[in-house]
Design a protein around this ligand. Sequence first.
Ligand code: GLN
Length: 468
Amino acid sequence: MKISDVKDRIDKEGIVPIVRSVIKNIKENDVYNSFLELNEKNAIKQAEKLSDEGNNDKPLYGVPVAVKDNIAVKNMKMTCGSKILQDYISPYNATVIEKLKKAGAIIIGKTNMDEFAMGTSNEHSAFGPVKNPLNKEYVPGGSSGGSAASVAGNLVPVSLGSDTGGSVRQPAAFTGTYGLKPTYGRVSRYGLTAFASSLDQIGPITNSMDDLVSLYSVITGKDKKDSTTVDMHLDDLNKLKNNDKKYKIGIFKSMLDDDINIKIKEDYYKILKNLQKKGHKLVELDFDKKDYIVPIYQIIAPAEASSNLARFDGIRYGTRKEGTRSKEELVSKTRNLGFGEEVKRRCLVGTFVLSSGYAEKYYKKALIARKMIKKELESKFDSVDIIATPTTPNLPFKIGEKVENILYMYKSDLFTIPANLSGLPALSIPLYKTGDFYTSVQLMGNSFKEIDLFKLGYEVEKITGGKK
Ligand code: GLN
């Protein structure tokens, strides 16, 4: 399902029947466990209001959007996939939600996710795993697995996820959808439950480049409620399709070792060859810091998370363990009861690497190493316009198959993490079918150069034929 399909149906039948039928379809056919809550009453009310206004030139007029359950939608639950927030209702809208509504989009519901966005498979949700629509025995990726499954399963045309180390792009790759992590500061994080604040960005998941660009252009912009947002000029996004710019595309040969799935590697080289035939130039780049990427992330992200999640103490938010006799007992029992295993693991690691005596050895070192990676990656853009890698080293695995293999999970974020560590924009595009699944390519651009990713992304989509 694409935005254009919805628009055609709205033109014929009107906005209210379409919203009703999208909701009915989700109720009957969400066999993927991708939705945690539907916004039924309000979505229909919103559709009626739009219909009465009769102003259908809003860019997302009547377009149903699914929203990851760590983004605040007023008067809806925001569980973040956690037991500790299972009854929490948000009193306000995130900035991205305000922007979507202003553009005429309909907020259809909240999607399942790994608890507090920590995960790669969506098996770490307190509300059950999400199934991959391409094969229901397999994981859809994570942590925005519900958002990806809702789009891949054609329940909605587009959704929002959040990406701290790959959580938009990796589930997009696993479900054969398109996913973008914008430049840090491009999209307001106001109303996004923080995981690792210096890495988090909200991004779209869609079935086409057109839809990705449409959603992106609505949610971006400076926001006085998020001081890290930047007032950057948004390029003209109407002239992306007939690109005549020839790009220099950087490739990291040293990152493509034997650990990468052979089919993923083959298709990666195949698309690069096709782009070369169209006049783009391939440039081999040195990059010798591959082995540091995951360790740096697995120090910085947990450190920030342990601090961000300190607010969930049973006093201020959500579920509280009753019958305790001291504040310490209340906090520790509430957190023990409310948090799942992966969240506890990250909080323990985070607290450890920040603790006195170890902060110098781990956290501060990781900050320095992060800066080195950022500097090195940025310097690559002196000689290339875009860096292309696979999005993931692996294809989807069966639900339950890897859940105990923590290192396998962590290592599968190898290609996506660098864009978060350095704030750069990165786009994942599905390539070719292999069995039930798709291989994918990731295009990483210079800061605020999303436009280059879009132009080349359209070319890739044209070469592969896109999704039907
Ligand atoms: N898979 C990564 C992790 O578990 C990324 C998560 C994310 O981007 N939210 O930390």
